[in-house]
Structures are given as C-alpha cells and as structure tokens.
Design a protein around this ligand. Structure first.
Ligand code: FE2
Length: 406
C-alpha cells in the first residue's frame, strides 16, 4: 500500500451543505505533522507522519475579514466554435485570467473532441503571450481524460490503444488507459482529492489548467472546490508572518508521482511552496517612480506582514503590487528542516479552516459546471480539491499550460 494512502487532508465544511466526507478536521481540529527526513533518506523517500490529537485554537473571524468581497467565478459564453479564434474573445479570456485567475466558459455547441479548447489555447499563445500546453508525462500529450478507470486495467493494458481517440495529432490523445504505465493516476479514480495545485512537482509548474466537462456527475458527486491563495496568504487570518516567510524558502522536497515521471533520473525537486513577485502594475509603477521623486513600493521579496494585511483595504493594496503564488500537494511534500515542518503544519491547519469559509473557498458542483462547461484556473492563485465521484461516467478533460518560473 502506498505509504500515503492513509493520509487524507480533511477540511472544514462550507456554508453550503457540503458533499464532502472529509470532516475529520472540522470534528477534531486534528492535522498531520511532519518530521524532516533523516540524513539517510533518499530523494524519493517521503517524510514520516504522525497524527496530532489537538491543534491551536481556531481564531474567530473579524468584522473586517467578513467584509471581504464575496468570491465568484466570471463567465463567458461561446455560441459557436469560431469564438476560439475571435481576438476579442481571446482578450476577454486573458483579461479574466489575469484579474480573477478563474473563468467559466459555457459552450453552446457539442465538442467532444475539445477542438474549441485546443484552438483557444493556440490563440492565447499566439496573441496573449501564454505558453503552449505541457505534456502530462513522458510519451503523453496535452490533454488528459479525468474519469474513473478500472484499476485492473493497469496491470494488463499499459499499451492499450485508445478507446476514445480524439481528432488531434500526437499532442493530444485522450485514452482510457492513458498513464502508459502500471501506475494509476488519482484522477483516474473516484476518490476525493484534498487541497492541491496541479504539477507542484514540475519545475516550472504550469500557471493555468482547464477542465472541460464532457459528462458531469449526475449523482451529485465530483464537486470541485477552489480556495483563493492570495486571500489565504495575505489576510493574516490563518498564516503567521513567520510561516509565510519559511514557506517562501526552498526547504521542501516534492516527489514526482511515478505516473508523471518524464526523466527517469529525476524523481523529486526541491523548492519553496510560496512565491511572491511584483505584479505588472508594480513593475510599471517602479519604472515610473524611478523617473520621478519620492514614493515607495512594498518589497515584493518579503511576504506581507499580518498587521499590514489584516483588512480588506490593505489586502486590496497588496494584491495590486504583489502576486502571491503557491504550489502544494501535501502527500508528496517532505519538509527538509524543523522550521519547514512547523510551517507546513501551520499551512495544513490554515487549509482546514479556510476550506469552510466562503470568503476563501467556493464549491462548484455539477449544477455549477454542467456538461459543456470549461473551467479555466490560475493554478498558482487557486488551490483546488474534489470530493468523491459518484457517477462512474463522469468525464472531464484536462489541459495545463503556460509553464513559467515559479
Ligand atoms: Fe488537480
């Protein structure tokens, strides 16, 4: 058994009646604690874990935090396939992703081959500066089918031909047994996913991913939850300045899941979980100020302090100048020092709490994302999670793109 199969990261239930079964966090305020690896640990050895019975008291919400604007997902409609090539549509898509980091596109036409999404990504690359999609693993293409696959298939069909080949050439061949190895990706199960960003083990990880809903879960499962990283980090409600500073240093090893190894010689990377960089507005303002007297900017190299970021107004100011990014998948991360382990525990607890608060988290059900929906997400700005799939025919198609330095 995989050593981490027992490790589920539960988070609090949302205001909406939650479909999630991961309620251990809410009920016991328990979390996982990690220890740095011993000096004999190999690069693929993951850290040891122990369960804590208690956790620090959960702080009460302040009135200023509750004044944060409600989270929402902007939406565009594509009446026909040609919208994928309309410059105005491409500009809108890029602008929403830059401003909100999340966008829903509703297709008003059938597109089982994902031709619209394929064309859209080519357009974003050609006209909006996005990098092309990344392949999912060695020998795999741009697109990946997220749907339950019988585990028995993996022992006998690693080279099985596609049962759902698309119209695309070699860069996109969704298949029933797409891993191309004996390892089943968790996206090919019906299980829940705790909070994570995609490809945290990639260097650099993709900035964006999209999910096209080819068949929504007709039994009410498979709800996708998203958590605003910038709010989580900058409001100061859940993460201490000390923890934020440590999370922004390269004290974490991230193991590459076997099904996504591209280079046989590399099975992990070492890096930070947080990155704070100046926004385009900050860069422009810096240039302006360099040409004029006075003025100063927040330092993009330092995490914002809790005191400075504990109000919606200061959060808004910080968001204007600094872009906070996160990469995270708890079951593959090993902290390399004691302070990294402590910071990671604090992040665990933060995810537990913020997952149940609507000012940080949205729950997107099948009703919110019916068949024909494409959800585009800034993979560094939004953590995401999924509850258990109930409909074995649920079928999403995923693509990731714009891999730039973290
Ligand atoms: Fe994911």
């Amino acid at each position: 058994m995989n050593r981490f199969m027992h490790q589920t990261r539960p988070y609090l239930l949302g205001q909406r009646k939650s479909p999630f079964a991961w309620n251990a966090c809410a009920m016991t305020a328990a979390t996982w604690s990690r220890s740095p690896p011993s000096s004999t640990s190999g690069s693929s050895v993951l850290g040891s874990h122990r369960r804590l019975a208690t956790h620090a008291a959960i702080p009460s919400s302040s009135s200023s935090l509750s004044a944060l604007s409600p989270l929402s997902v902007p939406q565009l409609t594509a009446p026909d396939p040609s919208y994928a090539t309309h410059r105005s549509h491409l500009r809108q898509v890029a602008a929403h992703l830059e401003e909100h980091g999340i966008l829903k596109i509703s297709l008003r036409f059938p597109d089982t081959s994902s031709a619209f999404l394929h064309q859209l990504l080519l357009g974003l690359h050609a006209h909006e500066g996005h990098q092309l999609p990344i392949s999912h693993s060695a020998g795999r293409g741009w697109f990946w089918d997220v749907r339950p696959v019988d585990p028995a298939s993996f022992s006998s069909s690693t080279s099985a031909p596609s049962s759902s080949s698309s119209d695309f050439s070699s860069e996109s061949l969704p298949t029933a047994y797409q891993s191309g190895s004996a390892h089943q990706a968790r996206s090919e199960t019906m299980g829940e996913f705790p909070w994570h960003t995609d490809c945290s083990y990639e260097n650099p990880p993709p900035r964006y991913f999209a999910l096209q809903v080819l068949q929504h879960d007709r039994r009410g499962g498979g709800t996708l939850s998203v958590m605003d990283v910038r709010r989580l980090v900058s409001t100061g409600e859940h993460l201490s300045p000390a923890a934020r500073a440590v999370l922004a240093t390269p004290q974490f090893r991230m193991a590459i899941p076997p099904e996504f190894i591209k280079d046989p010689c590399r099975d992990s990377i070492v890096g930070s979980l947080l990155a704070i960089e100046p926004t385009a507005a900050a860069t422009a303002e810096t240039s302006r100020l360099l040409g004029g007297p006075g003025g100063s900017l927040p330092s993009p190299s330092s995490p914002p302090s809790a005191d400075a970021e504990s109000s919606p107004a200061s959060h808004s100011v910080a968001s204007k100048w600094m872009r906070t990014s996160m990469r995270f998948r708890g079951d593959i991360i090993t902290p390399l020092t004691d302070e990294a382990a402590q910071a990671l525990d604090e992040l665990d607890a933060a995810l537990c709490r913020a997952g149940g608060q609507s000012r940080y988290t949205m729950h997107l059900s099948s009703h919110d994302m019916p068949t024909g929906t494409i959800l585009l997400v800034d993979n560094r700005r939004w953590l995401h999670a999924r509850n258990e799939v109930r409909d074995a025919q649920r079928h999403l198609r995923r693509v990731r793109w714009d891999a730039v330095a973290f």
